[in-house]
Design a protein around this ligand. Structure first.
Ligand code: GLA
Length: 713
């Protein structure tokens, strides 16, 4: 019976079109001599089902996978030259061989010098079909895993002959200027056919040496869909791709001063306050304030508030800013008491762009760019150093030291403060951080003191190395998750400084139920985000659905940092792989979730689109709304979700998200009704900052982000 079942499975796994590999011979450790040879004796290796994950940080593993070539596999294909290996995802790096010949490699291994992860890259390797043998073939994989668990994930492995869509690549590249893009078609094979791009159709002959290129201009203030289709006359196969290049929705800020800052700010009695007035508009500007409590001073030229307030209480401060174009006003309720982060923290963190390849120079340049680009005029004020700033050893009295890339963190802190910005740092309750640097285990008090001396205003405390302690317990109770975070809290709160406490333990032990108890100001609710729509959907939409009750002023769910602009985790910067619409959806959702807005990109290479995306004052105001409610999903149907959030002024912010693959056209009022609101009075389109349309299209993965008053139905 067992044998029959197996035979049936094998038969289904290999068809004339596709071979599916679900099993491998597996070896963990350095590669044994001759392991790639067909005749190698792997009888003492394990047989493992694919996918599976293995433990082994900093280790190599080898896979040997035999497969039979079905009859007619190559002969019946339209393109006989290329065979395609879909190896799903591999954590972290791999090198793949067909019958001993290399077919692909992703990431870099220690063998290559400096390791570089490629954990989120879909492995599609192409090989010359002449390398396939009649009958038995051997696919071998060398895998290296950087941290925690590693290996193949995300599916079985698949082998098939290439189709036109695999051999031709079509791109629509734009430089972020949001008014033109270049259509390029390159091909591994030569073909003659037709290219059709909405507005034109052209007969072309594309060869590997001669790609097709054509520049297209568009206005860039509304989405335009560019559809490119090509047909190979010989095979009759066609490929179609649709692109919506970048476009800028946020209208330019007026030249007259405009206050874009929070309505409320928390500080502790006696703690130093650093606050740069977030006014946009033409410079130079002159600033003044009424109601400034004693102990605080405002620099009229720079708009930087500094000092401290010794008496607890609520202080209403009115700001005024003037320039050649006019006067703008703003108002802030300064709450001197216990709770910090009364609105979700906003700023920049080094991780999503620089990863472990970080230096004081890069952080300083990012802070300077935060100022120069105008981002600081919208409230982005934390400048956070993530992992990899620590030296290899503590000094003789146990003080944690920065490494040679950070010559003087205290000087960095002082400079940031002089600019009205704040400094953030990163550590772990374990002996080691995720990047393998020194953590705070056993030195919690000392580290909190050191950070205070350096002027640290924000700590991201990342479980990582402490996982080993949890893993060693016979069973892990919630108290075990809480303990390390409670310990650091005590020392942080003893410092004469307001240190925002950011818990990073990926949501373990339902952190949202106890994050507030350890006085966490924010807590990561999931694993790490990456710049794909799948990741944003999983982390932003799916994982936050039931968490809104746990967020509020001073205590926020953190779905991780923003994946817009140029990111790369230290492994080469690239444009976020999210489309323009996915980025609008990402920022809108984070605003609805009252999520921290931590920019994760290289600020020194911001393009027009990214800046426009990050500087919409009405969108930011939803995120920073002083009521501090987290939005919830109120309506869902195939391809559509509506999330809503009540705001302090009694109005509602709602996002109608198109999670489908095609544009939808709808009447917003009809859909808001379905979500339970009868709109009363005007309705605002927050991205475009104008009256919302009666009927509109929402691009695939895009959003319509609205604010209105409504009667609950
Ligand atoms: C973890 C965190 C990331 C980052 C890295 C640093 O993966 O979740 O945000 O801090 O560690 O090593």
């Amino acid at each position: 019976m067992g044998f029959l079942l197996l035979a049936a499975l094998v038969a289904r796994a290999a068809t004339a079109e596709e071979i599916v590999l679900r099993e491998a011979r597996f070896h963990l450790g350095d590669a044994p001599e001759g392991w790639m040879a067909p005749g190698f004796d792997d009888s003492d290796w394990q047989t493992m089902a694919i996918p599976f994950k293995w433990e082994g940080a900093g280790m190599y593993a080898q896979y040997r996978i035999s497969f039979q070539l079905p009859k007619g596999f190559v002969r019946n294909a339209a393109y006989k030259g290329t065979v395609l290996f879909d190896l799903a995802y591999i954590d972290d790096c791999d090198e793949a061989f067909l019958n001993g010949k290399r077919i692909g490699k992703s990431g870099l291994m220690p063998l290559d010098g400096k390791p570089q992860s490629a954990w989120d890259k879909h492995r599609i390797y192409k090989a010359d079909a002449r390398e396939l043998r009649e009958g038995e073939n051997l696919l071998t994989l060398l895998v290296w895993n950087r941290r925690t668990r590693g290996g193949i994930y995300g599916g079985p492995l698949r082998i098939r002959m290439a189709r036109l869509e695999d051999l031709v690549s079509i791109s629509c590249s734009d430089d972020g200027n949001a008014d033109h893009c270049k259509i390029s078609i390159s091909s591994d094979i030569s073909f003659k056919g037709t290219v059709m791009v909405d507005a034109f159709s052209q007969n072309v002959s594309v060869t590997p040496e001669k790609p097709f290129e054509r520049e297209i201009s568009y206005t860039g203030v509304e989405p335009v869909q560019i559809s490119v289709s090509i047909k190979d006359r010989r095979s009759g196969q066609t490929v179609q791709r649709k692109f919506i290049p970048k476009y800028c929705l946020t209208p330019p800020a007026p030249a007259v001063p405009r206050y874009n800052g929070p309505a409320v700010l928390g500080a502790r009695p006696g703690s130093p306050i650093y606050f740069r007035l977030p006014f946009s508009g033409l410079r130079p500007m002159q600033f003044s304030a009424t109601g400034l409590p004693s102990g605080l001073a405002l620099d009229a030229e720079s708009g930087i508030v500094s000092g401290s307030v010794s008496e607890a209480g609520d202080y209403r401060i009115e700001w005024e800013a003037g320039n050649a174009e006019g006067i703008g006003k703003g108002s802030l309720l300064l709450k001197v008491g216990y709770t910090l982060a009364l609105t979700p923290p906003m700023g920049w963190n080094s991780w999503n762009c620089w990863g472990l390849d970080i230096s004081q120079e890069k952080v300083t340049a990012s802070a300077q760019a935060l100022l120069d680009s105008g981002l600081a005029d919208y409230g982005y004020c934390y400048v956070n150093i993530d992992d990899a700033w620590q030296a290899a050893t503590r000094d003789s009295d146990g003080t944690l030291l920065p490494n040679e890339n950070f010559p003087d963190i205290a000087a960095l802190g002082a400079w940031l403060h002089s600019q009205g910005l704040r400094l953030g740092i990163y550590s772990s309750p374990g002996a080691r951080t995720c990047g393998g640097y020194l953590g705070s285990l056993g030195f919690e008090e000392k580290d909190a003191q050191t950070w205070n001396e350096w002027g640290v205003d924000y700590l991201k405390y990342d479980l990582c190395g402490y996982r080993a302690i949890l893993d060693a317990l016979p069973c892990v109770l919630q108290a075990d998750h809480i303990r390390p975070y409670l310990k650091m809290e005590e020392y942080l709160r003893n410092q004469p400084r307001d240190i925002v406490y950011s818990l990073c333990q990926y949501g373990l032990g339902e952190v949202w139920t106890w994050g507030k108890l350890v006085d966490g100001n924010l807590w990561r609710t999931t694993g790490d985000i990456t710049d794909t729509w799948e990741s944003v959907r999983r982390i932003g939409f799916n994982s936050q659905r039931k968490l809104s009750a746990y967020a509020g002023p001073g205590h926020w769910n953190d779905p991780d940092m923003l994946v817009v602009g140029k990111v790369g985790w230290g492994e080469g910067l690239r444009d976020s792989r999210l489309s323009a619409d996915e980025q609008y959806a990402h920022i809108s959702l984070w605003a609805l979730l009252s999520a921290p807005l931590m920019i994760g990109c290289d600020l020194s290479s911001l393009d027009k689109f990214t800046l426009n995306l990050l500087c919409n004052n009405e969108v930011i105001a939803v995120d920073q709304d002083p009521l501090g409610k987290q939005g919830t999903c109120l309506y869902e149907e195939e391809g559509l979700e509506i999330w809503g959030k009540p705001l302090a002024d009694g109005s509602i912010a709602a996002g109608i998200f198109n999670s489908g693959e095609n544009p939808v056209i709808l009447r917003p009022a009809t859909y808001l009704k379905k979500a339970g609101w009868a709109v009363e009075g005007p309705c605002r389109d927050l991205w475009r900052q104008r009256e919302c349309p009666k009927e509109t299209g929402i691009p695939p993965h895009g959003v319509l982000f609205l604010k209105f008053n409504a009667k609950q139905q």
